[in-house]
Ligand binder design. Structure first.
Ligand code: SF4
Length: 254
């Protein structure tokens, strides 16, 4: 509060998400050991958080609920657009080759609501995108996927069709599909063709452009380190690098 007015000072956009407390004092994330059921069966550590679309109040969640995402873009070509996030089940929707299979960030997210992919999920997603397209005609952003990945070629293509049908839609996110795989090639083609609205990066693919690499905290890197992890910005909403530069972004291991 300010002494003069007795009110809280105005917050910049990207500030409100601080109602979600940062984890303090955690040393490293959970890593599944060989033989662990979630690792071997390819599922989340928290199966009770996996929901069918028919039981979920909504699949697209306001970015304000994710401390690292933020509510509204304040920088770059998508300035002013609201951000929404989508979460699927980690491992169950991911390629087995993912380098973070054992150490997925989802191992540290016991409360995230994970959606089961498929026709009913896509129908619900479609209805929500349609509503957002109406409500935000100047643009809105969807962050894919907080957890999980493009679970089929048809689902990767769904997003291409969605860009055609919903002109306000913008997308950014990451995939563990290799760019030379069937799904990866589809995503790479779409990203190259529609970079102004579709910015998907390839995790762990060793790329110098359109990549996302996990590095150790003391490791040197030729890539840009995510500035939200080094305290140089608040969150994606105040950063915009992932859809503003094609240079690979490095993320410090949790
Ligand atoms: S580089 Fe910026 S936009 Fe990308 S994840 Fe980090 S904070 Fe978000």
């Amino acid at each position: 509060m300010t002494a003069a007015t007795g009110r809280h000072p105005p917050r910049a956009y990207g500030g409100a998400q601080h109602r979600i407390a940062k984890p303090v004092g955690r040393r490293g994330g959970v890593v599944l050991m060989p033989g662990h059921a979630a690792r071997e069966q390819g599922r989340t550590l928290f199966p009770s958080t996996v929901v069918h679309a028919s039981l979920s109040p909504r699949v697209l969640i306001d970015g304000v609920n994710q401390r690292k995402i933020g509510r509204k873009v304040t920088k770059g070509r998508w300035t002013g657009m609201r951000i929404f996030t989508l979460t699927l089940e980690e491992r169950a929707t991911c390629p087995r080759a993912c380098q973070q299979w054992d150490s997925c960030y989802g191992n540290n997210m016991p409360y995230a609501r994970r959606h089961i992919g498929g026709a009913e999920f896509e129908a619900k997603l479609d209805a929500e995108l349609m509503a957002l397209n109406r409500r935000h005609p100047r643009g809105f952003v969807v962050r894919l996927h907080i957890l999980g990945d493009f679970y089929s070629l048809a689902y990767a293509r769904y997003w291409q069709a969605a860009l055609d049908r919903f002109p306000a839609l913008r997308v950014f996110g990451y995939t563990s599909h290799a760019p030379e795989s069937e799904i990866g090639a589809e995503l790479l083609r779409a990203t190259l063709d529609r970079w102004d609205r579709f910015a998907i990066r390839f995790s762990g693919a060793g790329l110098h452009a359109l990549g996302a690499e996990t590095i150790e905290r003391d490791e040197t890197t030729p890539h840009i380190i995510c500035p939200a992890q080094t305290g140089k910005t608040d969150c994606c909403a105040t950063c915009a690098l992932c859809w503003g530069t094609d240079r690979t972004i490095a993320f410090l291991r949790h």
